[in-house]
Design a protein around this ligand. Structure first.
Ligand code: SF4
Length: 169
């Protein structure tokens, strides 16, 4: 059984900074299709780090990588705690893959906003995504779902092809 960590907001939980979610139907369909083949573990690192919902939006400041919210409060400690707790969850369930919300200062991969709160993307990852990737967990954004599914299907087909038939035993 494949163990997969998932950003809770993508699965429809109202844990996003504004009290809403980032429900992604493609992900929900994928989760249904993977029933019996994968287990999903939902996390919201920002809530796990002690931040309330709703909360002011935050971005990673490009100059020093501190996480600053729209009230100019430094919330780096909460973000790092959330990342640690998400990693603990991933280790507990032996997750090898994490499907995380793109562009988030916690969960984002392949680019995050630059701290100017003007929707400017810069290279880099969110605090949780970077920590998980550093521990060898494959981080996939919601736009990489179909590619991930194809890879998992071909791995499963290869595994089936390698199982000896009863006659061959
Ligand atoms: Fe979604 Fe991650 Fe932000 Fe939580 S921290 S709301 S899971 S993107």
């Amino acid at each position: 059984m494949i163990q997969i960590l998932v950003s809770a907001c993508l699965a429809g939980e109202n844990c996003k900074w504004d009290g809403g979610n980032n429900k992604n139907d493609e992900l929900l369909d994928f989760m249904k299709r993977m029933e019996g083949k994968a287990e999903f573990h939902l996390v919201c690192p920002e809530q796990m780090g002690g931040l309330p919902t709703p909360r002011p939006a935050s971005e990673i400041r490009a100059s020093d990588e501190a996480v600053i919210n729209t009230e100019q409060r430094d919330v780096t400690a909460e973000f790092l705690l959330g990342a640690d707790l998400a990693l603990r969850e991933a280790k507990k369930y032996q997750c090898t893959i994490a499907i995380l919300k793109e562009r988030s200062p916690s969960c984002g991969s392949h680019g995050v906003y630059d701290g100017s709160f003007s929707h400017i993307l810069t290279d880099g990852m969110g605090k949780t995504a970077a920590l998980l990737a550093g521990y060898g967990i494959r981080v996939v954004g919601e736009s990489g779902l179909s590619e991930l599914e194809k890879e998992l299907e071909s791995l499963s087909a290869e595994a089936k092809a390698n199982v000896p038939s009863p006659k061959a035993i």
